[in-house]
Write a protein that binds this ligand. Sequence first.
Ligand code: ADP
Ligand code: MG
Length: 723
Amino acid sequence: MATITDSLDSLFRLSKEVRIGLQRLGIETLRDLLFHFPARYADSSRYISISNLTEGADVTIRGVIKKIAAKKSFTSRVPMTEAVVEDVSGTVKVIWFNQPYLAKMHPVGSSIELTGRVSAHKGMLSVINPSSKEERALAIDSHDTLFGGIDTGDVLTPIYPETKGVSSEWLRHAVARVFKALPQIDEYLPSEILSRYSLPSLRTALVWIHTPHTKEDALKARKRFSFDEIFSLNVSRQKERSLLSRMQAYAIDPSSVDLASFQKKLGFPLTGAQKQAVQHISADLERDAPMSRLLEGDVGSGKTAVAALAAYLTVMNRPFAKGTKDKQAFGNLQVAYMAPTEILATQQFESFIELFKGTGIQIALLTGSGARKFPTKIASSQTLWTPISKTQLRKWIANGEIPIVIGTHTLIQKSLEFKHLALVIIDEQHRFGLSQRKGLAKKDSHFPHLLSMTATPIPRTLALTVYGDLDLSVLDELPNGRRQVITEFVSDAKREAMYDSVRAALKEGRQAYVICPRIDEPDPTKQSALQATSVEAEAARLAKDVFPTYRIGTLHSKMTKQKKDDAMTAFAVHKTDILVATSVVEVGVNVPNATVIIIEGAERFGLSQLHQLRGRVQRSSHQSYCYLFAEAKSDKTRERMKLFAAAKNGFELAEYDLQLRGTGELTGARQWGVSDIGMEALRNPKLVEAAREAARALITADPDLTAYPLLAARIAATDVHGE
Ligand code: ADP
Ligand code: MG
């Protein structure tokens, strides 16, 4: 008897091509196959095979792009895109006039659906100017696209995410075979939850999602799986939370610390939101169970100051004497601050030096390329810090001498040990799971408190789910005196005038970013290749025609990490005036002298991502500008750009994105470890709330899931995100 965890080899004889294709889709076991859900359904009677095309017919074909290129037509020099599309029966040439950009939108290998008229030219059939739908663009978060125009009574044929060697056809047959081999599939969701929310059982839902007889069945199945995923994620997070609440942390006594005088040194009064966050944190730290708090705030909202206050509270406390709860009379607790990149770690080190100057508290920086210590004892030093050897620093961290250590992921390497690590602060890491925290706690039996900070704007439903193990503090006001970035949606006619004003800013010694558009492609590796070309081409054009006297750098994801760091550093120290980049320009990078950001192809970005890009120039005391260009200027684009220009905070924009364009628009939606079907649930706050409540009730009653071994197994099997 087959079981759901068996590998595919138990049922199938796989050719090499199919095996590689399945691997690419992440399918190894029978379960993986059953959980590879259709992206949508088609009425199979609508399609025609390429070998059956006839001149003059209006047809819809489905196939894969074999070749594609932008060209100029031979006779009239009209720009056009020419492609060859293949299905199982043959190939056909496809031509689009006046749409050269399509070549970038539909790269070789992508699946496409085309509707148009067949023409003949010199005895060759071709499809001219068809309307096209890219498979991936057919998002599944709207039921209209899920069933694209299918009427009741049509045959519902599932269309799957495909890859070379693994077609929807192959998957349909394979799934049927698995169902035959698995007459029974054990349910892992508690039965009372299924009945409370009227959800179909696992086997029924699987059958309905793969071979629905009606749209209603398919929708019920999808609802079950999206609830299932959000519920399971919540159970997993709540379980961690419950585990953590039973761990021991250093209780930090805020009343023993003169926080007020440290605050005075900051040189500005805290905003109301900052004050409240500090209150939350100090109440958390006072407990001896580890804090798990997320500090959410737009770029420039002042997260660093809050982090510094939390660090100050911590390091001004002494460790307990061994085996007791009495404070020692010497030593101090330690703080580790982890940033996503070396540049950001270095910037944060400098900010902390500024804030901790005169307190006598030592701060170290540890990155892949070296170590530094503040304050320096060398009187002649130009800087407030001295370079030291990493080995020496590791010793000082291990014996507890250095209270604050700032670094990159080097901080969680095995070779680094803290003596009394009490607080971990992490900046823009999407998840810092239990096991990573355990790793840091290793030497010492105490679990560190965690303060996680992010400027990534995500909607509330997503935050509740992926950060279900964290308490939330939000910095929803910008510090006083911060200027609003002037945001302008520029028409092509005004492009030259805009460049004039940018040149004026450069002449005054300011710097500018130019962001090249995202290119929509299903294959993320190809995406960066194309973006790289667009960045290099735009940089060359700007150097030749627009800013010939200025120094231009480039930055994109195809570059090595070293090259990226070099490009960023060159811009940060003003060795380049203009940085032409993709949206990889790192979150949190601080170049206050950059006051202009030009965003090309702005309609291709989600609003929240545009907002993050605009944040790059929000750091200056000079007036900053954000100029937006769009290739396609529809009313909808204009409407979105208007919303964007007016919005004050990123979280608001993330909600618009979710409602206007669907989950695909959320910044890096994939990185959250939520599948497309799980994302569907996020547009439904009631469902998310219900899943959360149900998970909470379950974990409260049975924190170790002893009564639900199948659910525990499912969570263990799927929760690998960020661990
Ligand atoms: P982010 O939230 O992006 O990390 P930062 O902490 O870097 O923001 O703060 C941005 C700037 O605002 C810094 O120059 C900081 O000194 C300043 N700042 C922070 N809080 C306040 C405040 N309450 N009043 C005035 N300026 C502030
Ligand atoms: Mg910051």
